[in-house]
Design a protein around this ligand. Structure first.
Ligand code: FDA
Length: 509
């Protein structure tokens, strides 16, 4: 539905009236509209001529501009999408399948204040986690923060949906380390932890910001990192015994010392004879020195054959670019670069494992991966450690004790035009079906931040609690009901909505 000229003019007038300057408003006739829209699009699948576009992008530089945008949009019955880092797998921060809509792009709200005396920081939603890591290390070499691997992830989306990375076994999720928040609610008011109350604060630490308000900033607790950490990447393919090593790794990776994180990245590659094979890359961060790591691995995982020359000691902040894929000793200042690192079109899905997969299971999985022509990637991240100590209801993120691994499946959609896209999508959907017998059941769980509209979605704003429960339980298990009740309290008119948002639920009197 195109927006009428009258509404268009009237919302612009409303924003001017509320002191949002012209130069922060981008309509389709503004020269830099497309540059701004595309600036943080991470998935090229949602950057095509037919992708629905916002009729207006507001790029606030002050918190009051966010309030004005919420008030003017609500009064005009308009839908907004909030974008921080633009990494949403389904593009929901800048695409609505039920237009018209406007985008509130927070990239200019990106200040970071690190308080080394108290070991805390206030970080605005539009900052990236790369910027956050860099600013923390600049002030204190033995402080860090446990969030995701990709430096361009936005604080607003990543932290509000959970957020995990290489320090999760030691310190839990990014959301577990949030101690205060500032947000704009559906009435356009600015609230902090005290004024929003504990239920609302609970919801925005894993329930996804998009259903509840506009996160302006989070206050986080920094964590201790030793002056030296050790990293390694060791890749093994099928002919080198990848199946046996993977199966052993699965039996122990979630039980190892909390300071040790070893993930597995599984890919279809070509071997020296140009035949397709599977390569498993074990990527590891140890919050300690090389000698101790070698002793730990020698004792619990000798099958890996790890040698001193496979390991590199470095500072924690140097390990961040390493895990982001910069393996040539790039300076940490690369973390300040906000440009998307990849320019890919892709589809991803996620699962949790509640028991290790057997060697026979892995053999079947490899066969299935090798059967087609797809260049698929599977990333398996071990949980355990600190994750086991936090109860399922402590935050909306319920995948705690008993969720041994998170799995992510990824497939590129770029090759072969529209026909190719359909083939790749069909492939990942059928691979996901194939995996059903190995992964969690009732519900088959998924991670909100790896958003997947295949789990269910609805016309924006029209979904019922019963319908939304289908995907809501998969992301949040029994926390879904509490999330919907919080939504009923803080946004009964369902102003903050998208194709997969939490609908309001009201107590039955
Ligand atoms: P984006 O701006 O697209 O927002 C995502 C969602 O949050 C949208 O619904 C949006 O409306 C909402 N939102 C954003 N800002 C908001 C605000 N201020 N207030 C309210 N709602 C807001 N995850 C992980 O846990 N560990 C990892 O290592 C990685 N790595 C990774 C790499 C790459 C390349 C991608 C594309 C994604 C990941 N992720 C990840 C997933 C990531 O955590 C997830 O996509 C986050 O939602 C991204 O947050 P952004 O702010 O960047 O996204």
């Amino acid at each position: 539905t195109p927006i009428s000229n009258i509404t268009h003019e009237s919302i612009l007038r409303c924003l001017f009236h509320h002191s949002v300057p012209h130069n922060l408003l981008y309509t389709k006739s503004t020269a830099s509209y497309t540059t701004l829209l595309q600036s943080s699009i991470q998935n090229q699948r949602f950057n095509t001529p037919t992708t629905p576009k916002p009729f207006l992008i507001v790029s606030p530089t002050l918190e009051s501009h966010v309030q004005a945008t919420v008030n003017c949009s609500r009064n005009h019955g308009l839908q907004i999408r909030v974008r921080s880092g633009g990494h949403d797998y389904e593009g929901l921060s800048y695409v609505s399948h039920d237009p018209p809509f406007l985008v509130l792009d927070l990239h200019s709200l990106s200040s970071i204040r690190v308080d080394t005396n108290h070991g805390t920081a206030w970080v605005q939603a539009g900052a990236t986690i790369g910027e956050l890591y860099y600013r923390i290390a600049e002030k204190n070499k033995t402080a860090g923060f446990p969030a995701g691997l990709c430096p361009t992830l936005g604080i607003g989306g990543h932290l509000s949906g959970g957020g995990f990375g290489t320090m999760l076994r030691m310190y839990g999720l990014a959301a577990d380390n949030i101690i205060d928040a500032r947000l704009v609610n559906a009435n356009g008011e600015i609230l902090d932890r005290e004024s929003m109350g504990e239920d609302f604060f609970w919801a925005v630490r894993g329930g996804g910001g998009a259903s509840f308000g506009v996160i302006l900033a989070y206050k986080i607790e920094l964590v201790y990192v030793p002056p030296k950490v050790t990293v390694f990447t060791k890749s093994i393919n099928l002919s080198q015994g990848a199946t046996r090593v993977t199966s052993k790794w699965q039996r122990i990776a979630y039980k190892l010392d909390d300071r040790l994180f070893i993930r597995a990245v599984m890919q279809v590659v070509s071997d020296e004879k140009s035949s397709r094979t599977i390569q498993v890359g074990f990527e590891s961060l140890f919050l300690g020195e090389k000698e101790e790591l070698l002793a730990l691995i020698g004792k619990s995982f000798p099958e890996l054959g790890l040698k001193a020359e496979d390991c590199q000691e470095m500072s924690w902040i140097e390990s961040v670019p390493y895990f982001a894929g910069y393996k040539n000793g790039e300076s940490p200042s690369i973390l300040l670069d906000r440009k998307p690192q990849f320019n890919l079109s892709y589809k991803a899905k996620s699962d949790f494992l509640t028991e290790p997969i057997t060697e026979l299971g892995w053999e079947r999985i490899w066969q299935e991966l090798l059967r087609g022509e797809e260049q698929a990637t599977i990333v398996v991240d071990p949980y355990g450690g600190r994750m086991d100590e936090i109860s399922e209801s402590e935050t909306p993120f319920p995948h705690r004790k008993g969720s041994l691994y998170n799995i992510q499946y990824l497939v590129g959609l770029g090759e072969g035009g529209a026909k190719g896209m359909k083939k790749h999508l069909d492939w990942i959907r059928s691979f996901y079906q194939f995996m059903a017998s190995y992964v969690s059941k009732n519900p088959r769980a998924a991670y909100l931040n790896y958003r997947d509209l295949d789990l269910g979605s609805d016309r924006v704003g029209s979904t019922t609690y019963t319908k939304a429960r289908v995907w809501g339980r998969r992301y949040f298990k029994s926390n879904f009901e509490r999330l919907a009740m919080v939504k009923g309290k803080v946004d009964p008119g369902n102003f903050f909505r998208n194709e997969q948002s939490v609908p309001p639920l009201f107590p039955a009197y």
